[in-house]
Write a protein that binds this ligand. Sequence first.
Ligand code: ADE
Length: 267
Amino acid sequence: MSSLQAQQGNSTQEASHQDTQSLNILTLFPDAVTPYFNIGVTGRAIDRKVIDLHCVNFRDYAEGNYKAVDDLPFGGGAGMVIQAEPVARALDDLVEKGRNLGTVIMMAPTGKVFTQADAERLSQKSALTFICGRYEGIDARLNIEYVNEVFSIGDYILSGGELAAMVMIDAIARLKPGVLNNAESATYESHSAKSGALLEHPHYTRPATWRGHSVPSVLMSGHHARIQTWRREESLKTTARVRPELLENIDLTPEERSMIEQIRRGE
Ligand code: ADE
C-alpha cells in the first residue's frame, strides 16, 4: 500500500449507488476541463449531485517565482518531465482538505487501454482522482507513491492527459443511476456488458423515406420478435465487418456462426 493510501484508509472501497461520486482532476489547464462537464449529461450528473467534480491546478503547488513544474529528463533526450513533488503536494492537500481520492488514475499513453468494462467497474467507486500529464509525462516515481491504475484511451499520442481524463469521466458518469433520462439506453448500447460487447445495430427515425432511402421494413412491422432478430443480425454483421475480434468471446447460435462465416468469405 502506498503512503497516501495508508493516510486515506482503504481508499478504493466501493460506494453504494446512491452516494455522490467524488471526481478529482489534477491538471495544468483546469479552464480547459471544467466547462465541458457543466453541460449535457455530465452537467445533469453534477446538478443531481451524482458526481462532484473538483479540478486542481498542480502548478499552484510549485515553488519559486516562475512556479515551474517541469525539468530536464535524467539520461538526456528531448522534452521536459513534470516533477513528482508539485503533483504529490496537490494530492496531499486534497486529502488534508477532507476530499476522498479513491482510486488514483494516471493518464498516459503507456497505460492499459480504457474499455467499457473499466467504465462500468470505475462507476462503482466512491471516488476517483485523475492525474493529467503534459510534455513527456510525470516523473515515474509518483506512480510508486500515489497511483493505483494507469490508463490510455487509445494507441495515439495526445498533447496531454486532459482529453483522455475527460473521455473517461464522461463514459463513467453517464453510467451512474439517475444520470441518463432513459436508463435503458446505457444498458443496451455498443460495448456494454449486456449487449454482449457487440457493436450496436443502426438506428432510424422519421421520415420513413429520406432522400430516396427507406427505413428497413421490419422496423415498421410492429413485430417485436422480428425486430429483435433483425437488430441482433445487424449487430453481428457490423461487428463481423468492423471489429471481428470482438466476436471471439460471444456465444453464437449455429445460424449466427454461419452468417458470420458468409460475411468473412465476402458473400
Ligand atoms: N496522454 C497522451 N496521450 C494519451 C493517451 N492516448 N491516453 C491517455 N493519456 C495520454
